[in-house]
Design a protein around this ligand. Sequence first.
Ligand code: HDE
Length: 689
Amino acid sequence: MTDQTRSNGGETHQTTDDTEQTMTTAQGAPIADDQNSLKAGPRGPVLLEDHVMREKIFHFDHERIPERVVHARGYGAHGYFEVIDSIPELTAADLFQRKGKKTPVFVRFSTVAGNEGSPDLARDVRGFAVKFYTQQGNWDLVGNNIPVFFIQDAIKFPDLIHAAKPAPDRAFPQAQTAHDNFWDFASLTPESMHMIMWIMSDRAIPRSFRMMEGFGVHTFRLVNADGASTFVKFHWKPKLGMQSVVWNEALKINGADPDFHRRDLWAAIDSGDYPEWELGVQVFDQEFADSFAFDVLDATKLIPEEEVPIRIIGRMVLDNNVDNFFAETEQVAFCTQNIVPGIDFTNDPLLQGRNFSYLDTQTKRLGGPNFTHIPINAPRCPFHHFQQDGHMAMHNPKGRANYEPNSWGEDGGPRENPAQGFRSYPEPMEGNKGRIRPESFADHYSQARQFYISQAPVEQKHMADALTFELSKVGRMDIRERMVGHLRLIDEGLAEAVAEGIGLPEMPDKAEPAKAPVTDLPESPALSIVRNAPGSFRGRKLGLFVADGSDADLVNAMMEAAKAEGAMVEIVAPHVAGAELSDGERLEAQQKIDGGPSVLYDAVAIILDDKAGKTLSEDKTAQDFVSDAFAHAKFIAHTEAVQPLFETVGIAGKLDDGVVMLSDKADAEAFIETCRALRFWDRAPVNTN
Ligand code: HDE
């Protein structure tokens, strides 16, 4: 029986005890028989009177709630935020006042387009939503792993999402943008071009939630105790550095382990290897905003780190998996309008629209206005108000007064507090009412180009490959051509590579550059993943392929070296029972080779003796293990006996410095050091398509 004290996020609503518990109905009545329904005679009809069965099935029938209309598939964890560098001069927000102050958080990572059951490695934006349970109420920083967005105005959001989701007539494809509707919309929406570059880049196929950045996206305001305001953009920086997989690998991971990302997060936390991010802020004033080449209210633009450096102010550690997925991860309700004194919105029209949408969507999804009564959503500071009643009200105001002002004195309930309460920044406003897109939002290509030229060559190739893959799934020629027309404004080389990739007979005309000229911005190296590689194999996973007779010293040395680096090791063998190594000891495997393809690992070591080397060279799954690791630019360590396997997969003549022969313990240690480079990109051109 589940322990109800744990599954609701920490609050006790039901008595439990340590001894064996008697099963009861939801009303608490003890149940004598949970195996058989109440029948008239041993073979007779089931009686309507069976309240035990009816209650059980009735409840089961109602187990599902609507999945999120976007970001349906997600995974959450608990942790804390700790201030490294306090910023009282910038904000009055309580959580940032003192170095060392810790605030509990709940984080949910997600994909956007797919349904709840879709695979984790879809090419997609990842949600990065953080709920801070501060002493002045909940602050929700509902961000993504990409710092810009597809559209500038919230009124276009339903169109964007309709176009990205499965087509309404046929209900496919699931969790993919590779179809006509999405590219039709994108190619008719030039403001999406910057974000298109990001989702066609490796950012959209992260290796792990633990290895991706997060962004608040919009410009927000910080307001200090004197009421002075600065603008701010929020950044999460992963301690393990950024890393992505390659597309061909993503496709295969989705088959081999559709839960790849959630399993990875869960396993890291479960093993005590707690994921960590730094919180950074880019802070700037009105003067900078006025001088910046783009409008800071336009969510399709970013501010390069080289222009406004990021100041690290805190760190977030995720150290606790949920006890119950539904109670916590599914019921958590993020709302962009949940902010606290010291933080404020700006007029970004996307943010303003979101502030309506999230509250509205939670009411629908969680069934009423009282979703804040669910423990995962409830503030962890004292709270008092006169909101009452409604579906599932768990706590109503006590006493006689449920209105304000009242004259009940001490029994009259809470009062406003002008000294501490939230005040909107008194930004002056003027202007004519109208459905207006500001001219300062008009340049849709310059930052798209800046992103592209800031990538390492191998990343640029991945982008061209991704666009080729996606547009090859688009049936209509005019849509493919229209997209290439946009690419020509971003980078002619990219446009040519894609035109060639999809076999366009001739180059289409350039798109009209809307109202603003395209400018050449400098490279921003911070935008590249490969150029900012962490130089560590920590937190990564080595696939160690062994069989009966494998050299025990080498196997142990490899496991120790990986452990010393802070990496994980998974043993893969022809049988899940493991292998009897050369010293006669049995090493248990975590994966049978069929279930542990090399796409699940960051690097592989194949330690076989001559006999196993020969036998496995004829084994299809062992062949795939090797040829995929090679094609995906992974580091491969091997014993001499693996040569026949290299021969059967046709790479024996192409072995490079990323393929390392193992003879002794020192080789194993050196190999793990080599793995710090994460991939052997010199193996390019990598066949990732
Ligand atoms: Fe969301 N978005 N969004 N979004 N979004 C939702 O709220 C919406 C946008 C983001 O793990 C929904 O609870 C509109 C930008 C995340 O529970 C919904 C617009 C960014 C999550 C909604 C945007 C995000 C959501 C669906 C255009 C990055 C998952 C379920 C104005 C800064 C939160 C829900 C979680 C979820 C609306 C654009 C991030 C419908 C109208 C930009 C991480 O309210």
